[in-house]
Design a binder for this molecule. Structure first.
Ligand SMILES: *Cc1c(COP(=O)(O)O)cnc(C)c1O
Length: 390
């Protein structure tokens, strides 16, 4: 008999009833150090007092109002994002995959309105992940996600990660946009080198192609800058955001330049919940905290300590680990033993990690984890690695 919850997930037998900072408390009372943060969502940890205050204050006044009316919390969050980024304008969604939908629609509408309606193709990359909607799975293109769900949305061109010549050849007069994650998350924590992102920008400038960055996982302070592309010193035309921006409240956004967004006039797109007062009140607080240079400096210090400690961990377990990869607090342990074994051993040692493709174990902790949390993380991961030693 089918379970009452549609069985699309393989769930661990863990039931968390409370969160405190970087810690999750299981119903049996055990405390788990959370290095997954709900897959890069709880950027300020669990039950952060400032976020709780922002949410509850808004909840006492107004939860939801239609986008038929003015929503000052939405306006405030858009203003903050525009002030803090390349963007001139923002549309709010409730998830990453909804941000993908709009990014794709925006790119196609751009060329339609420019009188080049055949420029509809979006170039994407092997190992990418853009969510589970029809556009998201078509964009990623992997058999694992698309099989059985045909007909698949057309107009996506899939290229190998890192094949520069293939990329140059693939940009034609039907190319609307290039869509890429500055750091692949699900694909196994694979950062795009800054130089490659610069070259992508140049290629897009030469050909008029729009550059869409998917910063759903790597954005909102995760790499030690507010947005990951800032490290390369170039900007996209369109950017997808979600996960961390709500700090645990479902919230996403598409940021764009005025030019890239020019086709999205009144009536061309919408969302009932997108940009609701509750989500935006929380989002404002998240952006206030995370965009503070002192906060980002602390993220970079913590990331440095964690990285260095992980290098030591890898060196002391050469049969278990191949390398540490990633950037900021978006780190991956490339394993020699099956990654899921290490994740399960972590559960036994009460530390939460997240598996990714390419036999990687992901560490995406709250951005405000403490030095003590880092030391505890390494101690627990060390014991977990000893458990899986072949
Ligand atoms: C998680 C993720 C998505 C999808 O976000 P949802 O909120 O699950 O729809 C899209 N892109 C990237 C890079 C992601 O990590």
């Amino acid at each position: 008999m089918i379970p009452s919850v549609l069985p699309t997930y393989n769930r661990a037998p863990l039931e968390f009833v409370k969160g405190e900072g970087s810690w999750l408390i299981e119903k049996d009372g055990r405390r788990f150090l959370d290095l997954g943060a709900g897959i890069a969502v709880n950027v300020l940890g669990h039950a952060n007092p400032e976020l709780v205050a922002a949410l509850t204050e808004q909840a006492q006044n107004l939860w939801h109002v239609s986008n038929l009316y003015q929503i000052p919390q939405q306006q405030a969050l858009a203003d903050k994002l525009v002030a803090a980024s390349f963007a001139d304008t923002v549309f709010f969604t409730n998830s990453g995959t909804e941000s993908c939908e709009l990014a794709v629609k925006m790119a196609r509408k751009y060329w339609y309105d420019k009188g080049q309606p055949d420029r509809t193709d979006i170039i994407t990359f092997e190992g990418s992940f853009h969510g589970r909607s029809s556009a998201g799975i078509a964009a990623a293109g992997s058999e694992k996600m698309t099989k059985g769900f045909g007909p698949i949305l057309p107009g996506f061109v899939h290229l190998k990660w890192g094949d520069h010549d293939a990329l140059r050849a693939a940009v034609t007069d039907t190319t609307a946009a290039i869509l890429i994650e500055p750091v692949q998350g699900e694909g196994g924590i694979r950062p795009l080198p800054d130089q490659c992102l610069k070259c992508l920008r140049d290629l897009c400038d030469e050909t008029g192609t729009l550059l869409i960055l998917d910063e759903v996982q790597c954005g909102v302070g995760r790499t030690g800058k507010l947005f990951a592309h800032e490290w390369a010193g170039v900007t996209p035309d369109i950017m997808m955001v979600a996960k961390g921006i709500g700090g645990g409240f479902p919230l996403g956004a598409v940021l764009a330049t005025e030019d890239a967004a020019s086709g999205m006039t009144a009536g061309t797109h919408g969302s009932t919940y997108g940009g609701n007062p509750l989500g935006c009140a929380v989002g404002c607080k998240v952006i206030d905290i995370v965009s503070d240079p002192a906060f980002l400096a602390q993220v970079n210090r913590t990331a440095g300590t964690l990285r260095q400690s992980l290098e030591g961990l890898v060196a002391s377990h050469p049969d278990v680990f191949e390398e540490v990869r990633g950037t900021g607090l978006m780190l991956g342990l490339k394993c020699k033993t099956p990654n899921i074994d290490l994740v399960n051993a972590g559960y036994a040692e009460q530390v939460i990690t997240v598996p990714a493709a390419d036999n990687v174990v992901r560490l995406l902790p709250p951005l405000n984890l403490t030095e003590d949390d880092v030391a505890e993380a390494i101690a627990r991961l060390d014991r977990a690695a000893s458990r899986v030693k072949p």
